[in-house]
Design a protein around this ligand. Structure first.
Ligand code: DLL
Length: 424
C-alpha cells in the first residue's frame, strides 16, 4: 500500500472514491449537495473527476451539529471525538468499529515506519479526552505491541521520572510540551538517557525547533500530521528521510488548491490542503477544506513510499494581516528559534494604536545568555527586531523577558493575542 504507484494506485483510489461518494449520499447534506451539483457516483470515472464535487467546509460540519453528518445509524458508532470548538460549535466525529481499526492500522504503520517495534516503551503525553491524539496513538502503539505508558499531560516532573524509571524509548506529545519537558528535565538534572525517538505534532513547528528538541531530549524527532475530521493523527507522517510527510494515498485523496480561486495547484506550489478520506465509514467527507497550508512535494522520496507534503506552514485562518502585510506565527517562530539568545517561549500581541497596527513580541531569554538583568540588552533586542524585519518586512517591538516567565502549554500552544477588536 505504501509504495503503490501509477495505474495500480489510481485504480485503488478510484474504487475507494466511488465507495466514499456512495457512503456520503446517505448523509442528507451530501445527497442535496450532489443533486444540486448534478453529480452522481457514475460521473466519477477517474480520481480527477472529483473536482466536479463542491468543497466541504468546517462551517458545513458545524451546521450539522451534533450527528447530522453520520452516514450510519448511531447504533453502529462506537466512539465519538470532537474538535475543541475554538471557532464556534465543536465538530463531532463518529467512528464505526471498522473506522477505529483503519485508524489504529495507520498509526501502527507510521510508528513502524520510523523503526519502532514491540521492544519499545511508548509514553503518550497528550490529552486522553476528546482530543484524538491520546486514544489515537494509544491504540496504534498497542497494535505494534509496544509497552504503552498512557501518561496523558500534566505533572511534568512525574512524566520525567516515568521516562527514567520505565526506560521509555519513545515519547509522543506536542512540540510545545516537549520543550517544556526538556526544560523541566534540565532543572531536575536528568538527561533522559533512555529516549531515542520523539514523535511531535498537532501544531506547527519548525526545523529549528526540531534541532533544539533533538539536542535537549536526545531523540530523533518526527513530524506527525492529522486532524479530527480525518480520524485524527496518522494521516501524514515523516519517514526516516525527514524531508516531507507521507500522506497515505490509500486512505486519503489529497489536493492542494489556491484558497481564493479554488483552482488546483501543481506539486511544488503552496496552497490549502483539501482532503477526501477514502476509507471513512461513519463520517465520510468529500473535498474537505482543512485550512492548512502546505504543498505536494514534486520529487520522489528515496524511501520509495508515495505522495509527500511539505511540513505545514500554518493555517489560512491563522494568518494575521498587520498593516496590510500577511504574517504567520510560524514565520516568527522560525526567526526566533534561529537566534541563540532566544529561550523557549514567545508571545505575540497585536494592538491598534492611533489607527495603526502594532505588533509586540515578548521573548524569553535563553538561560545561558541571561545574567539576571534585563537592562543593557538593547543590542540583543535590536538584533531580534532586525532579524524579524528581514523576514516579515514589518517593524515589530521586542520585549525581552526572564526565562520561564511566559505561560507553558501541555497541549497545543497559543502564541498570538490579537487585541485589535477590544476596547480599552
Ligand atoms: O491535532 C490531531 C493530531 C494529534 C495530530 C496528535 C498530530 C498529533 P485537531 O485537534 O483536529 O487534530 O487539529 C487539527 O492541527 O488542521 C493543523 O492545523 C494542526 N496540526 C496537526 N498536526 C500538525 C502538524 C489533531 N504536524 C489541526 N504541523 C490541523 C502543523 C498541525 N500543524
Amino acid at each position: 500500500m505504501e509504495t503503490l504507484k501509477g495505474a495500480d494506485l489510481e485504480a485503488l483510489q478510484l474504487k475507494r472514491l466511488r465507495r466514499t461518494v456512495r457512503q456520503a449520499e446517505k448523509v442528507p447534506f451530501y445527497a442535496q449537495r450532489l443533486k444540486e451539483a448534478g453529480v452522481s457516483v457514475d460521473d466519477i470515472k477517474s480520481p480527477g473527476d472529483l473536482t466536479k464535487i463542491p468543497f466541504t467546509y468546517k462551517k458545513d460540519l458545524q451546521s450539522g451539529y451534533p450527528f447530522g453528518f453520520l452516514a450510519v445509524p448511531l447504533k453502529q458508532v462506537v466512539r465519538i471525538h470532537t474538535t475543541s470548538g475554538t471557532t464556534g460549535k465543536p465538530t463531532v466525529v463518529g467512528y464505526t468499529r471498522q473506522d477505529l481499526d483503519n485508524w489504529s492500522e495507520l498509526i501502527a504503520r507510521n510508528l513502524t515506519m520510523v523503526g519502532l517495534t514491540d521492544e519499545d516503551i511508548f509514553q503518550n503525553a497528550v490529552n486522553y479526552g476528546l482530543f484524538t491524539g491520546g486514544l489515537g496513538f494509544h491504540y496504534g502503539a498497542e497494535k505494534v505491541g509496544m509497552t504503552v505508558v498512557p501518561s496523558a499531560t500534566g505533572n511534568t516532573k512525574r512524566q520525567i521520572e516515568m521516562i527514567d524509571d520505565f526506560g521509555v524509548t519513545a515519547l509522543h506529545c506536542t512540540p510545545s510540551y516537549a520543550m517544556h519537558i526538556a526544560e523541566v528535565a534540565e532543572e531536575m538534572g536528568t538527561t533522559l538517557n533512555s529516549l531515542k525517538t520523539g514523535i511531535f505534532g498537532a501544531e506547527p513547528w519548525s526545523d529549528n525547533m526540531r534541532k533544539i528538541l533533538e539536542e535537549k531530549l536526545g531523540v530523533t524527532a518526527y513530524d506527525s500530521y492529522g486532524m479530527s475530521e480525518l480520524y485524527g493523527p496518522g494521516a501524514a507522517f515523516e519517514c526516516p528521510e525527514r524531508n516531507g510527510l507521507h500522506f497515505w494515498h490509500d486512505s486519503y485523496y489529497v489536493e492542494i488548491i489556491d484558497s481564493e480561486s479554488g483552482e488546483r495547484l501543481e506539486a511544488g506550489e503552496r496552497g490549502e490542503l483539501v482532503v477526501t478520506p477514502l476509507n471513512k465509514e461513519a463520517m465520510p467527507l468529500l473535498r474537505y477544506r482543512t485550512g492548512d497550508l502546505t504543498m505536494l512535494m514534486d520529487d520522489d522520496c528515496p524511501c520509495g513510499r508515495g505522495q509527500r507534503i511539505a511540513r505545514i506552514m500554518g493555517r489560512s485562518d491563522d494568518m494575521m494581516v498587520i498593516r496590510g502585510i500577511n504574517v504567520f506565527p510560524s514565520q516568527i517562530e522560525h526567526v526566533l528559534s534561529s537566534l541563540p539568545e532566544v529561550g523557549d517561549q514567545f508571545m505575540v500581541y497585536i494592538d491598534r494604536i492611533n489607527h495603526l497596527d502594532e505588533m509586540t513580541i515578548e521573548v524569553e531569554m535563553n538561560r545561558e545568555f541571561f545574567s539576571g538583568e534585563l537592562q543593557d540588552l538593547s543590542r540583543v533586542q535590536k538584533k531580534m527586531m532586525a532579524a524579524l524585519k528581514d523576514v516579515l518586512n514589518l517593524r515589530t517591538k521586542v520585549i525581552l523577558v526572564e526565562p520561564g516567565s511566559l505561560p507553558r502549554f501541555e497541549g497545543k500552544a497559543k502564541h498570538v493575542v490579537d487585541r485589535r477588536g477590544q476596547a480599552f
